[in-house]
Design a protein around this ligand. Structure first.
Ligand SMILES: CC(C)(COP(=O)(O)OP(=O)(O)OC[C@H]1O[C@@H](n2cnc3c(N)ncnc32)[C@H](O)[C@@H]1OP(=O)(O)O)[C@@H](O)C(=O)NCCC(=O)NCCS
Length: 153
């Protein structure tokens, strides 16, 4: 599958919001994506595109030398085909070029697909945020990749 990874623009908003809403029980409002694209200097917003259609999204916050994966999702029909992996590796490699040396993220403890993906890319569990998710009071697992330059596709 030939997927193109590029930066998210305001023209992508409706497709981005649709993927987010279909993927999360606490989706971001459209204004949050709008803010990330236009007003947040720390945000790096990416999409995966196939034949002009957006099939994956990723938002990363770059704070000094730390990359924080804020959200990542793949359109359901296109999962298990390497889309999130491509987004993740692309976004992290780009953040290395901008000076990031480590990366971290929060993930629901029940999200085995995401946990597996992150472990596969070298992230390790370094903490837990109790009752982090307000819809069901689920804990977040904090995962960290201390040596970001070990990331590989
Ligand atoms: C998690 C998610 C982004 C993965 O996207 P994807 O495009 O299907 O992922 P990829 O095909 O790139 O998979 C990369 C690796 O992750 C792991 N993985 C992905 N989905 C998995 C699943 N359902 N079960 C087990 N492992 C899984 C595998 O190790 C996989 O590699 P492999 O296919 O070579 O075995 C996707 O399931 C999704 O959008 N979920 C809803 C939103 C979400 O939970 N986001 C993460 C928030 S922290």
């Amino acid at each position: 599958m030939r997927v193109n990874i590029r930066r998210m623009t305001l023209d992508d908003l409706s497709q981005v919001v649709a993927i987010d809403q279909a993927s999360f029980s606490l989706p971001w409002p459209e204004r949050s994506f709008r803010f990330e694209i236009t007003d947040n200097p720390a945000a790096r917003c990416w999409v995966a595109e196939l034949d002009g259609r957006i099939i994956g999204i990723l938002v990363l916050w770059l704070i000094v030398d730390e990359a924080h994966i804020a959200t990542i999702a793949t359109l359901a029909d296109f999962r298990r085909q390497g889309v999130a992996r491509e987004l993740l590796v692309h976004a992290l490699k780009s953040s290395i070029e901008e000076g990031a040396v480590s990366a971290f993220l929060e993930v629901r403890e029940s999200n085995s697909a995401a946990l597996t993906m992150y472990r596969k890319h070298g992230f390790v569990e370094t903490g837990r945020r109790p009752r982090y998710y307000k819809d069901n009071n689920e804990d977040a697992i904090l995962m960290t990749l201390e040596r970001l330059n070990t990331i590989s596709s």
